[in-house]
Write a protein that binds this ligand. Structure first.
Ligand code: 6PG
Length: 467
């Protein structure tokens, strides 16, 4: 009998199955796609079996069965669950490892509970390489069922610097997929922040691709030690197969997306979470599709000011800028998690979430250790910048962020996420934001009432004489 089953044998499913087998567990794989099954069958040995028949696959597994569904999110997941249900027994465990919308996971969790089937919605990060050699895993749902599969998940997960596996129980219902959605929102934000600095280095500082690659590499060995810095350096230096140029200069500047960033925004809006940087990053992808319309319309891009405006220590200023902007991206992500935990009655463990992201995932960086420390001992932070380390980082790096935004503004280069980071930091600890005027306006045109800063109660002013 096999210890673990995987449904869906495209690159992620296949690699996760191989990862399970490589850690000494026996695994069965199933797919509706015959060529996928054939490709998987090439790895067959006493610990790995390939199936093209769902019933045979299910019957090959020891009970309680542990089955990972690794297919496209959405309706296909419901279809697979529907086909599996008559073949399963009470107590079996299903894990959805796709990028499912957390509300679907909530629904599936409760539906399957009625059938006595344990459901785990699990975020998986790290791409195909991570799936094979160590992904970050974010499982949520049934905690008892998680404990049953934990030995396998801990074996296959990436390990952080202290050797701890990047997997732990995230919380009930769809909490695992929620955490993955927030991971992706942060991913969008940091990618966009890097793109904006790339834009400044390229168009204002006139750095070559190789120079920019070296700069990102330097930052990766400095204050912005992160997987995304590392790959940015690699992307920038890659030569093209089709021309003599660097490939980056021939990649069309229209950004795609599959929706997880958008979902985070939708949920953030419903919670009232001030995730402005993540919002700007999502919108920047929408905006990238509009840029070409502007080009076709003949509207000229902004002219840059001369190089005289370049700060002397540009590279260091940008490094400080990115370090702080990256912290804001994480802070906004954690802020939304905190608000979601309250609204959905989930006990989210922020320290574990930070630790989970320290290796294997796309947003891994050395800063996550500082975030883990900030949440040490279950410290209840509403905002990451309440922590001493991040408060100091803000104090030290804010002048650089301000300078970078000022510099970009003068040069006519849009910096939606860097500017939003600055505005966020200028706002969160500011007790004098001008919302009093908004309240006055609301009360003026709609008698919506307001509260006062000098006494309790609800007030309305007769602003004008009715005619
Ligand atoms: C990961 C990534 C991954 C995501 C891609 C593409 O953690 O491995 O988040 O799950 O699907 O990054 O996302 P977009 O197509 O939306 O950019």
């Amino acid at each position: 009998m096999q210890q673990f089953g995987v449904i869906g044998l495209s690159v992620m499913g296949k690699n996760l199955a191989l990862n399970v087998r490589n850690h000494g567990f026996s695994v069965s794989g199933y797919s509706i796609d015959k060529p996928e099954v054939e490709a998987f069958a090439k790895y067959e040995d006493d610990k790995l079996k390939a199936y093209d028949d769902l019933k045979e696959f299910v019957n090959s597994l020891e009970r309680p069965r542990k089955i990972l569904i690794q297919i496209m999110a959405g309706a296909p997941v419901d279809e697979v669950i529907h086909n599996l249900l008559p073949l399963l027994d009470k107590g079996d465990i299903l894990i959805d490892g796709g990028n499912s919308q957390y509300k679907d996971t909530n629904r599936r969790y409760h539906e399957l509970e009625k059938h006595g089937i344990h459901f785990i919605g699990m975020g998986v990060s790290g791409g195909e390489e991570g799936a094979l050699n160590g992904p970050a895993l974010m499982p949520g749902g049934d905690e008892e069922a998680y404990n049953e599969v934990a030995p396998i998940l801990e074996a296959i997960a990436a390990k952080n610097a202290e050797g701890k596996p990047c997997v732990s129980y995230m919380g009930p219902e769809g909490a695992g997929h929620y955490v993955k959605m927030v991971h992706n929102g942060i991913e969008y934000a940091i990618m966009q922040e890097f793109s904006e600095v790339y834009n400044l280095l390229r168009d204002v500082a006139h750095k070559s691709d190789d120079e920019m690659s070296e700069i990102f590499d330097k930052w990766n060995h400095g204050k912005v030690e992160a997987y995304l810095s590392e790959i940015t350096a690699n992307v920038l230096k890659q030569k093209d197969d089709l021309t003599d140029d660097h490939v980056i200069d021939h990649i069309l500047n229209v950004a795609s997306y599959k929706g997880t960033g958008n979902w985070m925004l939708e949920d953030g809006v419903s919670l009232g979470a001030p995730i402005s940087v993540i919002a700007e990053a999502v919108i920047a992808r929408f905006m990238s599709k509009q840029a070409h319309l502007a080009l076709e319309s003949g509207i000229k891009p902004t002219k840059f000011e001369s190089e005289e405006t370049l700060p002397d220590n540009l590279v260091d200023e940008f490094e400080n800028t990115l370090q702080l902007a990256q912290a804001v991206a994480y802070a906004q992500g954690f802020q939304q998690l905190t608000m979601a935990a309250k609204a959905y009655n989930w006990d989210l463990r922020y320290k574990s979430i930070a630790q989970n992201w320290e290796a294997g995932c796309i947003i891994r960086s050395s800063m996550l250790k500082d975030i883990e420390n900030a949440y040490e001992g279950g410290k209840p932070l509403m905002n990451l910048f309440q922590d001493d380390y991040f408060r100091n980082l803000m104090k030290t790096n804010l002048p650089s962020l301000r300078k970078s935004v000022e510099f970009a503004t003068k040069a006519g280069v849009p910096t939606p996420t860097l500017s939003a980071s600055l505005n966020y930091l200028e706002s969160i600890f500011n007790p004098n934001l001008p919302a009093n005027l908004i309240q006055g306006q609301r009360d003026y045109f709609g008698a919506h009432t307001y509260q006062r800063n000098d006494r309790e109660g609800t007030f309305h002013t007769e602003w004008y004489e009715e005619k």
